[in-house]
Design a protein around this ligand. Structure first.
Ligand code: 5GP
Length: 247
């Protein structure tokens, strides 16, 4: 199914969302723009949009196959996906298997500590406020979602983590942590939205012990390590190799 690109509904840091002739659907364009540290660091990385679009589509398909609801419908082209139109819940749901990033900057937890059970952190999605971390009390105060929806979000996030951790382990990749976003579709159903890609997941190559060499995600951009596109290509290559083995 190909939809005609309608008017721009929303432009974010890495994606544009367009209306189309079906009022329950949108077209999402994955851009080459890269940002970090709340957009204080910016660049354009040729090919990133295509890679993130294809990686996200494959991972959303994997989740759907395992009964986990997402906004993904199908790919329209290499950089556009068709998705359910949703009301985005302004929450960033981060789940961590290995301590790194903000957890180690903000707490005395040592880099590389295995987090068992995985640690779930919630942030309020608001660029101007710098996506602040939420306590249980603040979440209640903001009244963004009901407590049963919050329970469902946590349950889904933990299932996604279990599934993806095992899946990437089979591709010789450690899934260190990732961020999910959620929304409600036209039927009021809770679905995973946004993307699942090296922009919002951390992947470490199990075949490399060098702490910088093993990084295959946006930390290469955040830390000026170079080789961003090669790292994203490597993730897609392993996913595609796995799906060709499966067929
Ligand atoms: P941290 O809290 O260590 O900065 O990030 C934890 C995980 O969530 C990482 O995989 C990171 O990529 C993802 N993440 C957290 N906040 C954001 C965000 O605002 N945008 C994106 N793309 N990913 C995020």
């Amino acid at each position: 199914m190909n939809y005609i690109q309608g008017s721009l509904i929303y432009e974010g840091k890495a994606k544009r969302v367009f209306a189309c002739e079906n009022p329950d659907r949108v077209l999402i364009e994955f851009k080459n723009d890269a940002t970090a540290f709340n957009a204080k660091k910016r660049s354009e990385i040729k090919g990133k949009g295509r890679l993130n679009c294809k990686i996200s589509a494959s991972l959303f398909e994997l989740l759907e196959l395992n009964g986990i609801p997402t906004h993904f419908v199908e790919l329209q082209s290499e950089t556009f996906m068709i998705a359910d139109k949703i009301n985005v819940i302004p929450l960033e749901v981060v789940i961590r298997n290995i301590a790194t990033g903000s957890l180690c900057r903000e707490t005395p937890v040592n880099q590389g500590t295995i987090l068992n059970p995985p640690l779930l952190d919630l942030y309020y999605k608001d660029d101007e406020l710098g996506d602040p971390i939420l306590t249980e009390g603040r979440l209640k105060l903001l009244d963004l979602i009901s407590s049963s929806q919050m329970e469902e979000i946590e349950k889904i996030t933990r299932s996604v983590n279990k599934l993806l951790k095992e899946y990437f382990d089979g591709l010789d990749l450690l899934l260190v942590d990732f961020k999910l976003e959620f929304g409600l579709n036209s039927l009021g159903k809770l679905v995973i939205a946004d993307e699942i890609s090296p922009d919002n997941c951390r992947f470490w190559d199990k075949k490399t012990s060098d702490p910088k060499g093993r990084i295959l995600d946006k930390d290469r951009f955040r830390q000026d390590l170079g080789g961003v596109i090669d790292a994203y290509e490597e993730i897609l290559k392993r996913i595609e190799k796995d799906s060709s083995n499966a067929t």
